[in-house]
Design a protein around this ligand. Structure first.
Ligand code: UD1
Ligand code: CA
Length: 495
């Protein structure tokens, strides 16, 4: 049966989360590249609710600011001084305009819960015309959870008793309340008005609604999930890490089932929002973060970290680190490349070993193969930047841009002092410090002419291995002593 969209989802996030021992509110801690609360909101949104409310109180300003940044469509409800999940839902309901239909309640600290599970809950709830349907699980250690009380034959749900209020016999029950429910909205509003704080914790328990609905002759049901992790909350940093690892495991499995090769799931971390094309290969030691997008057939790793980076189809990124970069189709990056924000490498381009780039557009087929810094630059297609070239973009006060045209050959060990422009088809000699524009087709050189001081080693380094080697070479070929200095060595380029 097709699930209908609920009238509303209320996400509870008002609790203090003290066990996290953090200055950051619990629900803003992250796994899989999103806050716990963002995971909860995305699952809630996946049910297509007409209204979505998050209930806040503890660290209200931080949580509300996070919501307005990441989920501005969500309504924020403030819980008052009355404690308990029942009061939290009651405060949430004040923001809900609807007065009939199904309302889902979930928690802001349960990150693995999926929209599909919530939709199944709605479907079961509506198919049974229930007043309340609670999502439950059987667990090895139910300590701390509310226990599901059933009729003797187990077929009916009678209510929920909190751990602190439970008898020894009730504590032996291993079916627990996940805290996730579907309610009939009218029943919920009415029942909450009758919930008291008369219990071990002096709180308004949402769980009391089940017994109230039942005593009114309404049907109360349970859906048992066997995916216990999916309903687990993160209460401390140990659980946060466990849930983070489990989320990662599920994310990797989803990609592998969709046709991505992941060589070593144990050392691969992929955030929830990352997209990966078919037949991409993810090698060991890779972390893909944020909105990273990997094209079909690309090869990433080993030992590579990419954040908010786009990698084109068939590109290879080996042992590198990139942030807010775009890598074109068929391009190669690494090993040991550092691509900073605003790097755009064209199709079939290359950023090679020990190269750092920032705010730089490198054209199709252009190459920066070795040991360079390229900052605030535009490099045309087919251009080659010689080894150990530095784009000197910063004069100590401001940053300036360098423009290098198409099919340019920059010699090794150049310093391009910005702002400077090198025209299409131009070249520079090895060791050039480029301070003036080079026109199209020109060769820019400013290396000092070389002078050879003949016999220097024989005179000044007598008795060394160098002297012996020089002497032997000169004896073998006396004409070599007079070899002229190479006049055009500025045209030698590293390849
Ligand atoms: C609650 C359930 C319990 C269930 C357990 C599952 C009640 C009375 N008990 O336990 O049956 O097994 O969840 O984890 O509902 N919150 C608020 N305002 C409050 C109190 C809590 O918004 O005043 C929010 C918290 O931020 C959290 C969620 O509700 O997201 C659960 O709170 P928590 O204190 O962890 O649960 P318990 O009440 O102990
Ligand atoms: Ca909890």
């Amino acid at each position: 049966m097709e699930a209908s969209a609920p009238a509303a989802v209320i996400v509870l996030a008002a609790g203090a989360g003290t066990r996290m021992k953090s200055r950051t509110p619990k629900v803003l801690h992250e796994i899989g590249g999103r806050s716990l609360l963002a995971h909860a909101v995305i699952a809630a949104e996946g049910t297509g609710p007409a209204e979505l409310v998050v209930v806040v109180r503890h660290e209200r300003e931080k949580v509300a600011a996070h919501l307005s940044e990441h989920a501005p469509e969500v309504a924020i409800a403030d819980q008052d001084d009355v404690p308990g999940t029942g009061r939290a839902v009651q405060c949430g309901l004040e923001k809900v305009a609807a007065d009939s239909g199904t309302v889902l309640v979930t928690y802001g600290d349960v990150p693995l819960l999926e929209a599909a599970t919530l939709r199944e809950l709605v479907t079961a709830h509506e198919a049974a015309s229930a007043a309340v349907t609670v999502l439950t699980a059987r667990v090895g250690d139910p300590t701390g959870y509310g226990r599901i009380l059933r009729s003797a034959d187990g077929s009916e749900v009678l209510g929920i008793v909190e751990h602190k209020d439970a008898t020894e016999a009730q504590r032996a029950i291993d079916e627990i309340n996940s805290g996730i429910y579907a309610f009939d909205l009218a029943v919920l509003r009415d029942a909450l008005s009758r919930v008291s704080t008369d219990n071990a914790q002096g709180e308004m328990y949402l769980t009391d609604v089940l017994e109230i609905a039942r005593s009114d002759g309404r049907s109360v049901r349970a859906v048992v999930t066997d995916d216990v992790m999916m309903v687990e909350g993160a209460n401390d940093r140990v659980q946060l890490a466990q849930l983070g690892a489990e989320m990662n495991r599920r994310t990797l499995e989803r990609h592998m089932r969709a046709g991505v090769t992941i060589i070593d799931p144990a050392t691969t971390w992929i955030d929830a929002d990352v997209t990966i094309g078919q037949d991409a290969r993810i090698l060991p030691g890779v972390q893909l973060h944020g909105a990273t997008d990997i094209g079909e057939g690309a090869i990433i790793g080993p030992d590579t970290t990419l954040r908010d980076t786009e990698v084109g189809a068939g590109a290879e990124v080996l042992r590198s680190h990139a942030l807010l970069a775009q890598i074109g189709a068929g391009a190669t990056v690494g090993p040991f490349s550092y691509l900073r924000a605003g790097t755009e490498l064209g199709a079939n381009g290359k950023i090679g070993g020990f190269v750092e780039t920032k705010n730089a557009r490198i054209g199709d087929g252009a190459k920066v193969p070795h040991l360079s810094y390229v900052g605030d630059a535009e490099i045309g297609e087919g251009t080659n930047i010689g080894a150990a070239t530095i784009f000197a973009n910063y004069d100590g006060v401001s940053k300036h841009r360098t423009t290098v045209g198409k099919h340019v050959r920059i010699g090794s060990d150049n310093v391009l002092v910005a702002p400077v422009t090198i025209g299409d088809g131009a070249a520079t000699g090895a060791g050039t410090t480029v301070r003036k524009d080079v026109p199209p087709g020109a060769l820019g050189v400013n290396a000092v002419a070389q002078r050879n001081v003949e016999g220097w080693t024989l005179r000044r380094r007598a008795g060394t291995a160098a002297e012996a080697a020089a002497r032997a070479a000169l004896e073998a070929d006396p004409a070599a002593a007079a070899a002229p200095a190479v006049e055009d060595n500025e045209e030698h380029q590293q390849r």
